[in-house]
Write a protein of this length. Structure first.
Lengths: 620, 1042
């Protein structure tokens, strides 16, 4: 009985202890949450916050997400799966939400970084100065991305606290003018440029030279808008200047851009990539080789140890794919291929018919058609008969069989890649093209720029570590050329553009005079697929002319080049030769239509709802 | 398959001698007892109509003698003097009769209504069925073990009123989706330990003694986790002074897919390709000659039927050995079970071993201690195919592999072919590697009971420890695929898997439950009083470590060297809960019943100061049948029992849409990373505003029920109506519109409300006619969710309100266009006044869909969408079940039907789009379609079909969400039919076996439903149809008792 009593007491004790412990019992510590004072006393953790911010600066047309942006215009089209992305080939117009950006969560996190770091006393002063300047650079870059898409946006430079509904009115901020945002970017960059590291050692983090490159680009955009918007019959602007920059500011912006570009060029920290005497390979290496690459100013970098992308998986030629699915996603257009001039200076139209148009021109080999073209074409695009990863990429749509009775060719095709014709020769090549199939080119070309030649990079489990170049000296030289030309100093502009062309293989001083057309074409071919053309056409205010929705206009449809093998044993001069047909890519159905309302994306409805001070963009 | 079978029978045979020796020695003791007794009592047992009752168990109180009546109801048992005989048989009231020195004792048994005597397990205790006032359904172990299914949830389907269910998946080891009254995922409590569905489903159903479903306020005693109801499971235990019994149950069965869409043949596929080209552009790369070759199956054009890779006789086998009994102080139940289930595709298997050991012993007069051990090993062996779900490629392969290609290059089985998509080529599967998931679980509990010297007062305590280890290994290997080169006679390597993958998940969960409880139970005259008070705490640690590598070879099965490693991740989470529980019951004369209780419950999820809540409940009942005015003889014959009851309870739901530490500010670790200056730096990101105003969702559940039992069990049943109101569902305040530019969103607060409404009923009839005994049970549950209010809703205009408001509307509405027909001719399209496709009908062909222009604006666009059907992907609103059984002499037959309606199903991908993924489609899509009489002649007349004319793309108009693609799915399926035979006793006497039952099952034999034309199982859920459907099983089994 005594023992029982003891047990009862023990039980009672257990109950009491349990009850007493309950308060603490529910206190549990999370394992993956860091508190403010932990973060802002450790430079390593501060860098981790910065890493998060850098990771959120995803380029729209980059390698990881959205890699489709070349298919927005006339550079390329979608030849991948027939699912949702196929709508890119059939869309009637661009929605006003296209390129919409309203990333104020990111802006808040940058502002928070600045405020917290500023307040922190546990950090070394020199370290703090660098980090603060770096975050301000990121903020300026983010505002540039916004102004490019949206026009002037609310300029928020501090974080808000929420303590209940009463605070809300004070948080409403109107849009700053478009010029105001560009001016903010300009003054920020001026202020931090000397606080950032002065050497060009890092290609991935901000330094003085990245700040200058951003300035060169941003000021050129501002200048073009100030000039060309006001040359439109009906300039796009709002009364408050949220959209539209006064014409008289153009010259100042051009000067600022040129000054920034010149500082980079004259600083001699960078040089055009010229490591490989094979000009085609050299231009390709520029994008895929990281070692000794002195042309790159700022890149979004990847590593096989934990951060890689599947750009190669998605875009590799069909016959070279390493995955069970994917391949041939973004395929270059004939429009782009013909934009590359011949090295002798003549325009780039491919010669497929005899001068009088009566007959095809018969080529011995597929690749002969492209002889003499700007080397950058083959450096950027895989054309029929070229090699990639040491293998030939054969592109042949079928066979033209001569019918002596009618005196005409009969086109023979098949649905099977790599099929053979009755004569034992190729009918449809292993790499297509096919008219209505997925994951094989529809245009007759494949992507080369940024596609990795390393075996294994086409497997989704590994992927590619090729980096995405944001700024490189080639682009800065073109910026300088355009700014100088617009400032009416062609003599200053010419050497810049000729330097770029010389690296491409044109020889020294290939241009003797400049026009806007020449400069713009140089932008198109040098910077193809680098997420430039959309914004360039926009700032020059010609997007609505180029993509006018008229099927007959030269660039509204994505054109294809389909090679055929000739079967005509009776005529040995033609038999087993190759002929080419230019056509609209079969999967591409609707002419491009860029509306005036597309010059500025629509402001999200929820932003308008929540902040009545926001002015809508024109046409929305 | 043969091997599997043999092993099981071998096991049985091995066990038999051991137990026959055992029972032989018992027999000896029995004879000793016989000899010293004074005599033998004989007699006949009859029912109330005078018919003999066979198989009645007769025991002598406090003695070991035992017998049973024969087919004529006769018995003989050694007994004498003042011995008391106990007569026991299912369906009759237990009867105790004193021998009183008689030699003949004839007995008339009264049919029992089981419900009158049954004890029901409730939260933290048990109650007699008659005094239960909450809505509690129970299911017995017999009903649970009828169907040969791998998981407990599947066994519950259609059996209980109030359970809504759907079995979307039939792969080995699959679970059914189960909810109580469509409230959401319930809490499972197994032997007093709050657990999850994983533990519940993988119990060995033979080990379950009873299962209670708490559907209303009776669940509220589980507080913060009880808003969706609670399922209580009690495992078997032995009894004191019970003879040792050994049971063996084993079955072996063959499974096939209940239904799966059939892919089109090569001839149809090729014809459809040509047809699609011509429909789309007027010409095709396919020539009539080429298509003709496939139609005529000329050599080289026979095509391949990939469905030959689906087996229709995949084996499954089950063996359970258990033993139960008890001495004067100690009782035990020990059980060992093994289940082995193959899939219809080679290379997939599920097997599970369960061990249950429940031992209880008395120490002295006042103490009772017990230990329960439940051990489980679950192993899922799959192929290592690319993708998350290793069944997907096998299912996808039915369509993704083209019927024009075969699995092997040149038909040579040494060389898997490089076909359209080699990852789905079944010939490559044997080279693909493996994915093996092993879960090992140990749940132990230590129970203590102390009887106070005060009458009716006891204390119980429990400590339960749970350990679960997860070990997942995946190894996707590399292999080559080939193309035959007829010119050289070589097999050229043209493709294959070059992307090896190796990963391991290793995790464990540790869970501790501690409980102390006081119970008081006493009767004072007509006043019955009982009360409990308890305290319970539970904490859980969950850790998971994951590592992934890219192996250099197919041969080395361990991960090594960091140059192979690709990813490592580590996750730790902790939970803690505590609660104080009390309940009091009072009843007067078993006539007026009242129960009041509550739980003061706390959870670690919420910020300090907001962690604890009180959740009260009250239930009451009135047993009308006990009233004086119903005591007349005539009335009593009709109304055996009648009870009206009502309940109201408040509970909470922890699951309020934000994570456990949402109240903390700071930074999240592991948010993005950047490769900066050749170093990969893990990112950390600001967490946004801390959520400090959000607490649990409040749930209030009300229930009114009527239980009746007429003509002594001939007709019994329950009707119930119920309502659950959820308030405080998280939502942001609409009238506080934070500018987006501030960069954060206002934290959610407890603002919105919804309500689940429903009715349910259960009816049972059982009876006996001559030697035929039968029973029929019917149950149905209708439960539907309605959104009640949102916080100050704002709408821009009436259309916005019409389309987007959820105020006081049924929840989960689908929207789509109203399909009103198909265009019959090109003229009709040309002259049609409404722009159907948004492109002035320029993309349309005859057979394409016409949608109703609801607002008559001449164009079909988003404004013309209307509500369409019920929810998609949830459980059906109306579930019903019909269960019946008949027995005659040794034979028994059981039938279980289950059905459901009020659920919608949309269609996508393979079930909707021809040539999905540039591959084959179900045959109905390619054949039952609008087409031209001569597909190669664009001028030939159109022939109608169900589906639109084939195109490869530019079909957007037909593919829009519309009532054509939505279907309200209804079904009634024969879930299980079982026929058994008990071998007559006289055959068994020599073998010393007390019972032998052989039986056969048919599971999922047929279904009456409206999705047969799509070739899909009505319960599957994916709108693509690419799901492993329920299986049809034929089983044969044996049940032995020694």
């Amino acid at each position: 009985m005594k023992q029982l009593k003891k047990l009862i007491y023990a039980c009672a004790l257990v109950i009491l202890v349990q009850a007493g412990a309950c308060k603490k019992y529910l206190d549990r510590e999370p394992t993956d949450i860091l508190l403010d004072d932990q973060v802002w006393s450790d430079p390593k953790l501060a860098l981790s916050v910065l890493a998060n911010l850098y990771s959120r600066l995803q380029p729209i047309g980059g390698l990881e997400t959205g890699k489709l942006s070349p298919t927005d215009l006339d550079e390329a089209m979608w030849s991948g799966g027939l699912g949702a992305n196929n709508a890119r080939n059939t869309r009637v117009n661009y929605p006003y939400t296209d390129k919409q950006l309203w990333s104020y969560d990111l802006i808040r996190d940058v502002n928070l970084f600045l405020e917290k770091l500023e307040a922190s006393s546990a950090m070394d002063a020199a370290e703090k100065k660098h980090l603060l300047a770096e975050a301000r650079f990121i903020r300026a870059y983010v505002y540039f991305l916004h102004v490019r898409s949206m026009g002037g946006v609310p300029l928020i430079l501090k974080t808000f606290q929420y303590n209940g509904p009463a605070d809300v009115d004070a948080m409403k901020t109107p849009r700053t003018t478009e010029a105001g945002i560009y001016d903010f970017i300009s003054s920020e960059l001026d202020a931090i440029k000397e606080e950032l590291p002065l050497t060009a050692g890092s290609k991935t983090r901000a330094n003085k030279w990245t700040a200058l490159a951003l300035k060169s680009q941003a000021m050129l955009y501002a200048a073009s808008i100030a000039k060309y918007n006001n040359l439109m019959a009906d300039p796009i602007r709002t009364p408050g200047g949220e959209v539209g920059i006064p014409a008289d500011r153009a010259e100042g912006y051009y000067e600022q851009s040129l000054a920034a570009s010149r500082e980079i060029i004259d600083g001699k920290q960078f040089s055009l990539y010229n490591e490989n005497p094979d000009k085609v390979q050299n231009f390709y290496d520029l994008f895929t080789k990281k070692a000794n690459n002195r042309e790159v100013i700022w890149a979004f970098d990847y590593t096989l140890d934990g951060k890689y992308h599947d750009y190669t998986v998605e875009n590799i030629p069909r016959s070279l794919r390493e995955n069970a699915s994917g391949a041939a996603g973004v395929t270059p257009s004939l429009n782009l291929v013909e934009a590359f001039d011949y090295l002798n200076g003549s325009t780039g139209e491919l010669k497929i018919r005899t001068p009088n148009g009566a007959d095809y021109i018969y080529y011995d080999r597929l690749e002969d058609l492209f002889a003499g073209k700007d080397y950058r074409m083959s450096g950027s695009v895989i054309v029929p008969g070229s090699t990639f990863r040491g293998k030939r990429v054969d592109i042949q749509a079928g066979v033209m069989e001569w019918n002596a009775a009618t005196g005409q060719y009969i086109t023979r095709t098949s649905a099977d890649l790599g099929s053979l014709f009755t004569d034992g020769g190729t009918l449809v090549a292993a790499d297509g093209p096919l008219p209505n199939a997925a994951n094989v080119t529809n245009t007759g070309f494949y992507m080369r720029k940024y596609v990795d030649s390393r075996i294994g990079s086409g497997q989704s489990g590994q992927g590619s570590d090729v980096w995405w170049i944001r700024y490189r000296l080639g682009g800065i030289l073109l910026n300088a050329a355009e700014a100088a030309f617009e400032l009416n100093r062609p003599a200053e502009a010419l050497p810049y553009i000729n330097l770029v062309r010389e690296r491409a293989g044109f020889g020294p001083n290939s241009l003797q005079s400049l026009t806007t057309t020449v400069i713009r074409k140089e932008f198109q071919v040098e910077l193809a697929f680098e997420e430039q053309r959309y914004w360039d056409l926009k700032r020059w205010r010609i997007a609505h002319d180029v993509f006018n929705g008229n099927r007959q206009s030269p660039n509204t449809m994505v054109n294809a080049l389909w090679p055929y093998r000739v079967v005509r044993p009776s005529d040995p001069a033609k038999h087993n030769k190759y002929v080419f047909v230019k056509r609209v890519a079969p999967r591409f159905t609707q002419p491009r239509l860029f509306r005036l309302g597309n010059y500025y994306s629509i402001i999200p409805q929820n932003a308008l709802n929540a902040n009545p001070l926001l002015v809508k963009n024109p046409f929305h | 398959m043969l091997k599997l079978n043999a092993v099981f029978w071998l096991l049985i045979v091995c066990c038999m001698p051991a137990y026959s020796i055992n029972s032989y020695s018992k027999e000896k003791k029995f004879w000793v007892a016989w000899q010293v007794s004074d005599g033998i009592v004989r007699g006949v047992v009859t029912d109330d109509q005078g018919g003999p009752v066979p198989a009645v168990t007769i025991t002598v109180k406090n003695k070991s003698a035992k017998t049973a009546t024969d087919a004529n109801g006769k018995y003989a048992i050694p007994a004498s003097g003042n011995d008391i005989l106990i007569f026991n048989y299912v369906g009759f009231l237990r009867k105790e009769v004193s021998v009183n020195n008689r030699a003949t004792v004839n007995i008339k048994l009264e049919a029992s209504s089981e419900s009158l005597t049954e004890v029901v397990i409730v939260g933290y205790g048990q109650q007699r069925r008659t005094s239960v006032t909450g809505s509690i359904a129970t299911i017995s172990s017999k009903e649970l073990t009828e169907s040969p299914v791998p998981t407990v949830s599947q066994a519950l389907v259609g059996k209980v009123a109030g359970i809504t269910s759907r079995a979307p998946d039939g792969r080995p080891g699959a679970e059914a989706r189960l909810q109580i009254r469509n409230l959401g995922d319930p809490l499972y409590v197994i032997d007093g330990v709050p657990s999850g569905p994983q533990q519940f489903n993988n119990l060995n159903s033979e080990d379950i003694e009873s299962l209670s479903v708490l559907k209303d306020a009776s669940a509220a005693i589980y507080g913060l986790r009880a808003s969706n109801g609670v399922v209580l499971v009690t495992t078997k235990k032995g009894g004191l002074n019970k003879e040792n019994r050994v049971n063996v149950n084993s079955y072996y069965g063959l499974q096939s897919l209940f239904r799966f869409p059939k892919a089109a043949s090569a001839a149809d596929y090729v014809r459809a390709l040509a047809e699609a080209d011509i429909n789309q552009s007027g010409s095709s790369v396919w020539t009539p000659e080429e298509v003709g070759k496939w139609q005529q199956r000329v050599p080289g054009h026979e095509g391949y039927d990939w469905s030959s890779y689906i087996k229709d006789n995949a084996p499954q086998a089950y063996l359970n050995l258990n033993t139960t009994g008890g001495s004067q102080k100690t009782s035990y139940y020990l059980s060992l079970a093994h289940l082995n289930q193959d899939a219809v595709f080679d290379g997939y298997n599920f097997n599970r071993t369960n061990l249950q050991s429940n031992i209880e012993t008395r120490i002295g007069e006042r103490f009772k201690v017990g230990v329960k051990i439940n051990g489980k090993i679950e192993i899922r062996d799959l192929l290592g195919l690319p993708g998350e779900d290793d069944y997907f490629q096998a299912l996808l392969g039915q369509f993704r592999n083209l019927p024009t290609e075969g699995p092997y290059a040149n038909g040579n089985p040494d060389y898997p072919a490089t076909n359209n998509n080699f990852a789905t080529n079944y010939a490559t599967f044997e080279y693909s590697g493996y994915n093996k998931t092993e879960r090992r679980t140990l749940q132990t509990s230590f129970d203590l009971e102390y009887k106070f010297p005060i009458k009716g007062l006891t204390a119980t305590g429990m400590y339960a420890f749970f350990y679960n280890n997860l070990l997942g290994n995946t190894y996707e290997k590399t292999y080559k695929t080939y193309t035959y080169n007829s010119a050289t006679g070589n097999y050229d390597v043209t493709g294959g898997q070059q992307n090896p993958y190796r990963s391991r998940d290793n995790g464990y969960i540790i869970d501790n439950v501690l409980r102390v409880q006081l119970n008081y139970n006493r009767t004072f005259g007509k006043h019955n009083v009982s009360a409990i008070g308890a305290m319970e705490s539970q904490d859980r640690t969950d850790k998971l470590f994951f590592v992934r590598s890219q192996p250099v070879s197919n041969e080395i099965d361990i991960m090594n060297f960091f140059n192979e490693l690709q990813a490592v991740s580590d996750r730790v989470s902790e939970e803690a809960r505590a609660g104080f529980i009390f309940r009091g019951n009072y009843d007067f004369d078993s006539r007026y019943l009242l129960e009041i209780g509550g739980r003061y419950d706390g959870s670690w999820r919420f910020p300090k100061g907001h962690r604890w809540g009180l959740f009260p409940f009250v239930t009451g009942g009135w047993r009308i049948s006990r009233e004086a005015f119903l005591q007349g003889e005539g009335i009593k014959k009709v109304i055996t029992d009648l009870k009206l009851r009502a309940s109201y309870g408040e509970t909470g739901s922890e699951d309020n849409g934000v994570g456990p530490f949402a109240y903390l500010p700071g930074y999240n670790f592991g948010a993005g990373n950047a490769y900066l200056d050749d170093k990969l730096i893990t990112g950390i990101a600001a967490r946004g505003l801390p959520v400090t105003r959000l607490t649990w969702i409040k749930s209030a559940i009300s229930n009114i029920g009527l239980d009746f039992d007429l003509w002594a069990g001939k007709l019994a049943g329950t009707f119930e109506v119920f309502r659950r109101d959820l308030t405080g569902i998280p939502a942001p305040r609409y009238d506080v519109l934070l500018p987006i530019e501030v960069g954060f969103t206002a934290p959610s607060e407890n603002l919105n409300a919804n309500r689940t409404l429903g009715v349910e009923m259960a009816l049972n009839h059982s009876g006996k006619s001559g030697q035929v005994m039968y029973s029929v049970g019917l149950n149905a549950t209708l439960a539907r969710l309605r959104n009640i209010s949102t916080y100050k809703p704002r709408f821009g205009n009436s259309l916005d309100r019409y389309r987007n408001s959820i105020e006081d509307r049924w929840a989960r509405i689908n929207w789509g266009y109203e399909f009103i027909g198909q265009f019959q001719s090109e003229e009709e399209i040309a002259n049609y006044p409404v722009d159907v496709d948004g492109q002035n009908n320029t993309t349309l062909l005859p057979g394409d869909f016409i949608y109703k222009d609801q607002n008559n604006d001449g164009v079909v666009d988003g404004l013309d969408e209307r509500p369409n059907g019920y929810s998609e992907g949830n459980l059906p609103y109306l579930n019903f079940g019909l269960n019946s059984s008949v027995s005659f002499r040794g034979f028994d037959l059981g039938l279980n039907f289950s059905g459901a309606t009020m659920q919608s199903r949309g269609r996508a991908a393979e079930l909707k789009l021809p040539f999905q993924n540039d591959a084959n489609s179900p045959d109905f899509l390619l054949n039952d379609r609008w087409h031209r009489q001569d597909i190669f002649d664009p001028a030939s007349p159109w022939v109608p079909g169900t589906y639109p004319a084939l195109k490869k793309s530019n079909n957007e108009s037909n593919q829009r969400a519309s009532s054509f693609w939505f279907r309200n799915t209804s079904y009634l399926r024969l879930r299980n039919v079982q026929i058994g035979y008990n071998l007559p006793d006289k055959w068994l006497k020599g073998a010393k076996i007390s019972k032998v039952r052989i039986y056969a099952n048919g599971f999922n034999l047929f279904s009456i439903d409206n999705v047969k034309d799509l070739g899909i199982d009505p319960e599957t859920q994916l709108n693509t149809g690419l799901e492993y459907p329920s299986v049809r099983v034929y089983n044969f089994g044996i049940n032995l008792t020694f």
